[in-house]
Design a binder for this molecule. Structure first.
Ligand SMILES: NC(=O)c1ccc[n+]([C@@H]2O[C@H](COP(=O)([O-])OP(=O)(O)OC[C@H]3O[C@@H](n4cnc5c(N)ncnc54)[C@H](O)[C@@H]3O)[C@@H](O)[C@H]2O)c1
Ligand SMILES: O=C(O)C[C@H](O)C(=O)O
Length: 320
């Protein structure tokens, strides 16, 4: 895990060590990366992990060397990133993150297991994943994913609350596109209690004017309310993403993962965009054959266009 002394790390590490991510029978060795000035704080987190006496936890390594952190890694959680600061232009943000994700991609390529599962959480997550992927010349590009599971979980709860049902009744939620305000949470293919969610809601105004913007802007709403970005829920979503990828998705359901596009659903090939995915035997696959109407088409295309713009910007900066 990178950014291990940060807010998300403080939640995520304890969930992983307890077995939530890889199951109750899988031992966990943690290799934690931080920038040199944060190694002291990271040592404090290690002390607390030690003090929790987790039965599954076999080893904790704290380092500022990416090759040590990624050495023989089965799972790489790229959480540390450069946050947007007041007055920062998008190109500045992409460039600052390129300085992190380019060398980390190179280190993953040198040091991680060939079948490493990479999840990028640090924002802008999709494009940071693309930068890491494009600089990991000796790894299969398909190993690189970005997190839209938090958006997926947020969308599930919004629709469950609207219909007054438990969240366990919500199946086949899909987030399309970028982890940004252009993302498209899709109720047309979602099911609640076995019924089509859009029809069950039966309120287009709510879908268009409340549901979609609430999910799209939830990150900003958390920042406004907490004075800091989501951390425990982001950690929980990262656990969910890797658990689904590793242990599989249940029959009759799917999850949202940002993965390299193969051109499915008209999303330009190569960008790392969110799709409905099933996972079996440690492999993910895009759910095929969904009907996309004009309303959804416009929203999927808008988010894909934003990702193409980000890809072109990092390409111009020489990061990919
Ligand atoms: N995809 C999502 O759904 C989602 C949700 C919430 C937050 N985020 C993003 O996750 C990231 C982390 O959030 P946080 O709240 O934990 O932030 P934070 O600032 O609390 O922690 C980030 C940590 O990363 C470390 N770091 C910076 N550069 C590093 C590098 N090169 N190598 C290793 N570590 C490095 C910092 O020292 C810091 O400890 C942010 O970019 C945030 O926007 C994404
Ligand atoms: O860190 C942010 O900007 C928000 C975060 O990505 C979130 O969705 O909560």
């Amino acid at each position: 895990m990178t950014g291990a002394a940060g807010q998300i790390g403080y939640s995520l590490l304890f969930r992983i060590a307890s077995g939530s991510m890889l199951g109750p029978d899988t031992p966990v060795a943690l290799q934690l990366l931080e920038i040199t000035p944060a190694l002291g704080a990271l040592e404090g987190v290690k002390m607390e992990l030690d003090d929790s006496a987790f039965p599954l936890l076999t080893e904790i390594v704290c380092t500022d060397d990416a090759d040590v952190a990624f050495g023989d890694a089965d799972v790489a959680l790229l959480v540390g990133a450069m946050p947007r600061k007041a007055g920062m232009e998008r190109a500045d943000l992409l460039s600052a993150n390129g300085g992190i994700f380019k060398p980390q991609g190179e280190a993953l390529s040198r040091s991680a297991k060939r079948d490493v599962k990479v999840l990028v959480v640090g924002n802008p997550a999709n494009t940071n994943a693309l930068i890491a992927q494009q600089n990991a010349k000796d790894l299969d590009p398909g190993r690189f994913t970005a997190m839209t599971r938090l958006d997926h979980n947020r969308a599930m709860t919004q629709v469950a609350q609207k219909l007054g049902t438990p969240v366990t009744d919500v199946k086949k939620m899909t987030i399309w596109g970028n982890h940004s305000a252009t993302q498209y949470p899709d109720l047309f293919h979602c099911e609640v209690g076995g019924k089509n969610a859009y029809e069950a809601v039966n309120d287009h105004e709510w879908v268009d004017g409340t549901f979609i913007p609430t999910v799209q802007k939830r990150g900003a709403a958390i920042i406004d309310a907490r004075g800091a970005s989501s951390a425990a829920s982001a950690a929980s979503a990262a656990v969910d993403h890797i658990r689904s990828w590793t242990l599989g998705t249940p029959e009759g359901d799917w999850v949202s993962m940002a993965i390299p596009s193969d051109g499915s659903y008209g999303v330009p090939e190569g960008i790392i965009s969110s799709f409905p995915c099933t996972c079996t035997d440690g492999k993910y696959e895009i759910v095929q054959g969904l009907d996309i109407d004009d309303y959804s088409r416009g929203k999927i295309d808008a988010s894909a266009a934003e990702l193409v713009g980000e890809r072109d910007a990092v390409s111009e900066l020489g990061l990919i």
